[in-house]
Design a protein around this ligand. Structure first.
Ligand code: ADP
Length: 503
């Protein structure tokens, strides 16, 4: 009996595959970097063929490193960079252009034009998203109007659209299945978040022919079997999920109110919001958080609220490469501790503007509170603390108008290995922070979902029992210290963004 699950994690900078066993332990993995194409300033592209070939190659490598054969794999789960847009020919399977990556800003003007109309509010109500080039709809619109006869070919059914999950599924099933899952679909700005169907009003607004769209399925579902030409055997594909959605599941945030934060280059905070579409009064607020489908297992929909902070771990990279005050990331722990306190120093790392909940693209970074006694340890400490403050801003916006969650925050990603940051996070949130034992929560989530899809794990509680923490941080800061530190942070953010007055 096959008793392993293969997770394929197709990310922005690399493609990974991890084999998990029945106890959700990672047995073997493989990874390959992905070429980034920057044809013009603000444009970011990937080669879809490179992505498809890399996925099969890392999958084969991971299986053989685990000393298994493809016959030992019970199911495959796919998780992927979200929003990235691919268009290919139905007949030949050939992409008509490079994939337009989520970071690509070429459709900024289209978005500015939409924002001038009264569509923006409706888009938010229907899709849960704010109008931004980030999402797939304007990227697809751009492709159809740019490639020769694009619109006509799409209307005649010659062309297929997909996010990376759909594209990989098409490739792995040798063109037999054109489908996506509801979490990926909820990032296209074409999906109605309420009924999880393509929305006729959005399709009309963006001029997208429905015949080019994939079928929307649940996150854990029957997506068909891999074609025998791929692994010489047919393996069921039983889950697909956007990366942050998979991470929410991988962190076993399965109950309403549970929150996870992935601390990488930036920080992605997602909160499980239960079975109802999040509204302004249930935590969405008007602070620029997004409503999204968390995941759908069977017919049960779980919604989520999302807030993205652009620069967290990248601050540490900047200290090393830009400022040259540290030589590696782990040494920041001792430096921060030796500073003793922040000594009034705050670092607002608005190095690429500020994301949620501020959404101030023109904000610039600053370090405030410098005195003659400030040394580099204070600056390093302020940089580490800025991660925790920014995550608190998002969690606070999520809690505005609803009750403060008494659940722990579940952490993963590069900075979650930094005990100073995690302790300060617990202190400043006044909330327990638990770091996941398996740092690859995205792949783990895809594996969990695929295991649910094939019936290897039968319930949410079974998944919850497989989740383990590697470290738990309890808050130990007094209320007065917390208030005083946080108000200092808010003052610094105000200085970075003079237009923010209502924090
Ligand atoms: P991504 O998936 O976005 O590439 P990772 O989860 O691999 O990110 O995390 C890498 C980021 O975390 C880097 O920006 C790095 O500076 C930061 N980082 C890694 N280890 C530490 C550490 N011990 N202390 C502080 N920051 C760290």
């Amino acid at each position: 009996m096959p008793d392993h699950i293969l997770a394929i994690d197709q990310g922005t900078t690399s493609t990974r595959a991890i084999v998990f066993d029945l106890s959700a332990t990672s047995v073997a993995s493989a990874q390959v970097e992905l070429t980034q194409h920057f044809p013009q300033p603000g444009w970011v592209e990937h080669d879809p063929i490179e992505i498809a070939e890399a996925a099969v190659s890392v999958a084969n490598q991971a299986i053989s490193r685990a000393n298994l054969s493809p016959d030992d794999i019970a199911a495959i789960g796919i998780t992927n960079q979200r929003e990235t847009t691919v268009v290919w020919e139905r007949e030949t399977g050939r992409p008509v252009a490079n994939a337009i990556v989520w970071q690509d800003r070429r459709t900024a003007e289209i978005c500015r034009d939409i924002l001038k109309t009264d569509h923006a509010e409706n888009i938010r109500k229907i899709t849960g998203l704010v109008v931004d080039p980030y999402f797939s709809a304007t990227k697809l619109m751009w492709l159809l109007t740019t490639i020769p006869d694009g619109q006509a070919r799409a209307e005649s059914g010659e062309l297929c659209f997909g996010t990376i999950d759909s594209w990989l599924l098409w490739h792995l099933t040798a063109g037999q299945v054109h489908a996506t899952d509801a979490s990926n679909a909820s990032r296209t700005m074409l999906l109605n978040l309420h009924d999880l169907q393509w929305d006729p009003e959005m399709l009309e607004l963006f001029n997208i022919p429905e015949q080019m769209l994939p079928e929307v399925k649940s996150t854990a579902d029957d997506f068909g079997d891999t074609d025998r030409s791929i692994f010489r055997t047919d393996i069921p594909i039983t889950a697909m999920a956007g990366d942050q959605h998979a991470a929410l599941y991988g962190q076993a945030c399965l109950k309403n109110g549970q929150i996870k934060c992935t601390y990488g280059t930036g920080a992605f905070v997602l909160a499980n919001k239960g079975t109802m579409v999040p509204t302004q009064s249930s935590g969405l607020g008007d602070a620029g958080l997004l409503a999204t489908l968390g995941f759908q297992v069977g017919t049960k929909k779980t919604y989520a609220i999302e807030g993205s902070v652009f620069v967290t771990g990248a601050t540490i990279q900047w200290l090393r490469e830009g400022l040259g005050v540290i030589s590696n990331a782990p040494e920041t722990v001792d430096m921060a501790l030796s500073a003793g306190t922040n000594d009034g120093v705050y670092f607002v790392p608005a190095l690429v503007g500020l994301g949620a909940p501020h959404w101030q693209p023109e904000a610039t970074g600053l370090i405030t509170g410098l005195t003659r006694g400030t040394d580099r340890n204070h600056i390093v400490r302020a940089a580490l603390e800025s991660t925790a403050y920014q995550v608190k801003d998002v969690v606070g916006a999520m809690e505005a108008g609803s009750q403060k969650s008494n659940q722990s925050l579940r952490a993963d990603g590069g900075q979650s290995t930094n005990p100073f940051v995690m302790q300060f996070q617990a202190d400043i949130l006044d909330q327990v922070v638990e770091v996941a034992d398996i740092n690859e929560t995205t792949a783990l989530g895809a594996a969990f979902l695929a295991g649910r899809g094939i019936g290897m794990w039968r319930s949410d509680s079974e998944i919850a029992s497989l989740w383990k923490a590697s470290a738990v941080y309890e808050p130990s800061m007094s209320e007065s210290e917390r208030m005083s530190l946080y108000s200092g942070w808010l003052e610094a953010v105000r200085q970075a963004t003079p237009r923010i007055s209502n924090l």
